[in-house]
Design a protein around this ligand. Sequence first.
Ligand code: SF4
Length: 453
Amino acid sequence: MIKVILQGHDNYYGIVDVVRLFYGPCREDRENGCVVCDNGPDMTLISAADTSSELPVNRQVKRDLYVRLSEITGITAPWGCLTGIRPTVVACEENFDYRALMDKYFVREDKARLACTCAQLEQQIARKASQKLNVYAGVPFCPGRCAYCSFIAQDVMKHLDRLHDYAKALILEMNTLAPYIDETPGTLYMGGGTPTVFDESDMSAVLGAMREAFRTGEQTEFTVEAGRPDTITEGKLRAMRDNGAGRICINPQTMRDETLRKINRAHTAADVIRTYEMSRKMGFEVINMDLIAGLKYETADDFLESVKKVAELDPENITIHTLYKKRRAGMSRDDVLNTDGRGDVDKAVREAYEYLFNKGYVPYYMYRQKDTELGLENTGFCKPGTHNVYNVAMMSYDSSVLSVGAGAMSKRAFPDGRYERCPNVKDVSLYINEAEQCARKKISFFDLRRSGR
Ligand code: SF4
């Protein structure tokens, strides 16, 4: 058992993050002033605040512990002692100087450069995002559960019989908000779950209500996360296009049929290609495709093959996720590729990035989630000029997002840098009954006035 005793600081959270990088899950023991991890060798370490350090204490203690554990294990992490979900924030603080990230936080050069490149683009896009309202509509349903899903996977299938009622509730929430919306939002994003789980008629009704309520214009970036190819039909694509959605996401996750079967995705790589071509013919301006690195059953070479197959289709955006594991995912942490060898996911991600750079894609936003192998990140790539503003708005502390749907979280950014959150009820049945109250709560949260339209 490993015990790290905190002295002169209370950054339990940061210490847990660093220990987790090396030894997996661990816990805070605030009563005894320490962090404990049941894996790894028996040892007790002291994490002491050093007031003479150039770094703030919360970062200094993480750095010192990282250095010590790195010496003990011989392991270095690609992001060094940066464990937060937004390394780009630190890159901004360091004025996009990748060497500062390397020197102060032991970030590996490729990651330091990535953070600085993304941070610069993110900053420009976030400026644009903060000038207008951004709108999110959530559809927390899926027709089946992917084995790796850690989001709302159990809930997503539970209420499939309530889809039509859910569509009506979403429309009611948007219609209640409509008289209070006096300017066209900069971005609209319909996400999930899998929004295309609606039948064609509900899909069309919800998108139409979205367009009407928020008065989308030529300039509005309107994205629908079409998600799983097995739910996409020509009729649904037409409904998207006819209601002003110029961007869609088609997410293969992998282009290997064998893996798709094993992770419980009810489509093949051929379905991905067919859906992509159908969408292209339909005239969508931007198509994004998501892939996941680190799936069990796949080597780094397999992953690179998927990246190449997707890039051959020539989508404007490709997003590379690293598999992570939360409590509700069907796969365990050990299902992550090569947990004993460490490095294959890293290799997979590195090679994928290199390939995409060479194909002319640029990284424009990134974030990290807990419990990815080696603390690896998710990165959105785009062909220059085709970035998705909403993806940056949702992460930015300066942008407001008005969200509708069960469990949807709105956030309001204030000019003084503060921001507040306002959640909708999470339970689908409750939401269906309370959609109008959800809208009223947001009218007050955003301090919206009747627009007179
Ligand atoms: S499509 Fe997405 S939200 Fe739905 S089960 Fe799969 S991973 Fe989870």
